[in-house]
Design a protein around this ligand. Structure first.
Ligand code: SAH
Length: 462
């Protein structure tokens, strides 16, 4: 057992899912911040427990062969890029292992049929969206990112995961706030006006949306801000988002357009999408096309199928599927996203996709998307839930519906494995393939496409 502030040498052999180094010393497991597999470090014990301890790296005694210099000077303090000091190929191997381990340990699949991870060619400047907290740092109005696990802001003018133009937009915005003495929101007291700046760009169209998030109903001198931002090529949309809640949810429900349409457009694989500020849209469009193509392939469509796309957002996967299916029904809980989805079907001339607002688990469990109209039979069900995974009621409903195939697109290997265990219990579905995708290089997040196939009762089980 270690004492707080004790130092010990440790050889790091693995990484936790949050990117902390795992090592052993004196019979005790250590979780060491900023340490990588292959490193030998001098660890400073920060939180000792009975059989394990948390520590931070005081000194690297001998570096891992996979260690590289972080490209961003704030990589260690900032919560976003926990893997920046790990060579990119090793990041990919880590994520692949994360998925495999989750499927083995949580899912109970002893030998998961993994396909190799699909990595990025250019693992920086891939994000089309950023949400910068605005606050006071040492008496000065600042935009940046949160220090890992806190709400303290690190000033970051140019995040290397985002496009260079964001830095220019931030500069103009901060200068504007300072000039007109517009206050930053204070999370502790609830006083002050400006909470975040949201920037989103359609990489294939070049359209940029700039959206200050404020805790009041208007932004003073907003006309001046519009005039200053409009000179930046690509800015086609400026709006305000009103968030008066005290919690740490970033966006509120109300959007006030200041300039242009309150949305931008982007193109994926020849389909054009309208994206409103409150709608979800994948942050890495290059990898998204690959992910969606894999989901489409896993769906195994011939043109005869009825497909449900649950958690459909603005209907991106739905429209990929609709080009190859008889019909697609998309379900999504955010009303603005469903408005976008319907508009997106129309603007792409797709007539065989219908969209419904509501919680997937409720609509599917009660057996109708619309009052009085029973659910059609689904040949294929695609789900793409948020990190917490699918609601148990939805999994039950899917098992009752018995689609031929289930395609599970997941952004959290642990909840994915948990849900697959439910779907594959009793041998009713077999796990046919699992393929990780790196959508979020430098961070610990991992995306995955999984294909499940219904097993005929009495047939040989795989
Ligand atoms: N498939 C889409 C969206 C995936 S993100 C895409 O690739 O862009 C997950 C989506 O699920 C979000 O749009 C979120 O608003 C939605 N969502 C969250 N909980 C939901 C629920 N209970 N029922 C339906 N949709 C939900």
């Amino acid at each position: 057992m270690f004492a707080k502030n004790e130092r010990t040498e440790a050889a790091i052999t693995d990484l936790t899912r949050d990117g902390e180094g795992i090592g052993r010393a004196e019979g005790c497991t250590l979780f060491v911040k900023d340490a990588l597999p292959g490193d030998r470090v001098l660890a400073h014990i920060t939180r000792p427990k009975k059989t394990y301890a948390y520590a931070r790296t005081e000194r690297i005694l001998s570096p891992s062969p996979d260690r590289v210099e972080a490209a961003c000077p704030e990589a260690r303090r900032c919560g976003g890029c926990r893997l920046q000091e790990l060579r990119y190929e090793a990041q990919l191997a880590f994520k692949e292992k994360l998925v495999r381990d989750a499927l083995v340990r949580i899912g109970g699949f002893p030998e998961p049929p993994m396909k190799g991870i699909v990595g990025m060619e250019e693992p920086f400047r891939y994000r089309n969206k950023a949400q910068y907290p605005i606050g006071m740092v040492k008496g000065e109005l600042t935009a940046g990112f949160y220090v890992s696990r806190t709400h303290d802001i690190i000033p970051v003018s140019d995040c290397l995961l985002t496009r260079e133009v964001n830095a220019e937009i931030l500069r103009i915005f901060l200068e504007f706030l300072k000039e007109y003495r517009i206050s930053a929101y204070d999370e502790q007291t609830g006083a002050g006006l400006v909470r975040h700046l949201l920037i989103r760009e359609g990489f294939s169209t070049g359209q940029i949306l700039v959206c200050p998030v404020i805790s009041g109903s208007s932004l003073p001198k907003s006309g001046v801000l519009v005039e200053r931002l409009r000179v930046i090529p690509g800015i086609t949309s400026i709006c305000l988002n009103v968030n008066t809640s005290r919690g740490n949810v970033i966006l509120g429900q109300k959007v006030i357009p200041l300039f242009g349409d309150p949305w931008i457009e982007d193109e994926l694989d020849g389909l054009r999408f309208r994206i409103s500020p409150l709608s979800f849209y994948q942050v890495n469009p290059v990898q998204t096309v690959r992910l969606y193509r894999a989901a489409l392939e896993a769906a195994g469509l011939t043109g005869q199928e009825t497909v449900f796309d649950l958690y459909c957002g603005i209907g991106t996967i739905s429209l990929f599927l609709a080009r190859k299916a008889k019909e697609v029904c998309g379900v999504e809980i955010v009303p603005d996203a469903i408005r976008d989805a319907k508009e997106n079907a129309a603007r792409n001339g797709i007539c065989n996709a219908r969209f419904y607002t509501g919680a997937a688990e409720e609509l599917v469990s009660r057996g109708c998307f619309e009052e009085g109209v029973p659910l059609p039979h689904a040949d294929v069900v695609v789900v793409d839930p948020p990190r917490k995974g699918c609601d148990p009621a939805l999994l039950k409903a899917i098992l009752r519906m018995e689609p031929d195939r289930v395609v599970y697109v997941s952004c959290d290997p642990a909840t994915l494995a948990r849900d697959l265990k439910t779907l594959c219990a009793d041998g009713r579905y077999a796990l046919r393939s699992a393929q990780p995708f790196d959508m979020f290089s430098q961070s610990c997040h991992t995306e995955c496409v999984v294909k499940l196939v219904r097993q005929e009762p009495g047939a040989d089980r795989e």
